[in-house]
Ligand binder design. Structure first.
Ligand code: AMP
Length: 141
């Protein structure tokens, strides 16, 4: 009985520790609402794994966001917990969107902000695709 109780406590502490490290997914973030069709967006592309839509505040002539359909906070979460077909689906989706936007040949930038230092504002994994013009420096200092 004593062994069972200490095992239970140990397990409980492990779960707590894991929760502290991994951020919880917020079902009410703006992209979750877009995925549920609760708010309007300008769709560029959709398949089984991704949804792509125009950024509401474009930072280049073309600025599109590509998000996985699964509930993942960021790349830490996605790279650890997503299934292989979801990971492949996201990368294929990015390539497909560049083709649809007609920027695949001319070139473009795909960028992901991760966490606090990365400047991530929306806690659902997303990649930005910028294009349609010559893009500036990779990061501003
Ligand atoms: P990040 O800073 O990487 O988290 O980028 C979040 C991006 O989401 C910003 O570029 C915002 O302009 C964009 N954004 C926020 N709300 C919406 C929305 N409702 N529809 C489209 N883009 C949005």
């Amino acid at each position: 009985m004593k062994f069972f109780l200490s095992f239970k406590k140990e397990l409980y502490n492990l779960v707590l520790k894991k929760k502290k490290i991994e951020k919880m997914y917020d079902q009410n973030n703006i992209f979750a609402k877009i995925l549920r069709g609760e708010i309007p967006y300008k769709k560029v592309y959709e398949d089984k794994f991704v949804l792509a839509f125009h950024d509401i505040n474009p930072q280049a002539k073309i600025h599109v966001l590509v998000i996985p359909k699964g509930a993942y906070v960021d790349l830490n979460d996605f790279s650890k917990n997503a299934k292989n077909d979801e990971i492949a689906g996201l990368i294929r989706g990015l390539g497909e969107v560049a083709k649809i936007l007609n920027i695949a040949e001319a070139g473009y930038r795909y960028l992901g902000n991760n966490g606090k230092d990365g400047g991530q504002e929306v806690p659902h994994l997303h990649f930005h695709i910028f294009g349609g013009e010559k893009l500036g420096k990779m990061i501003s200092k």
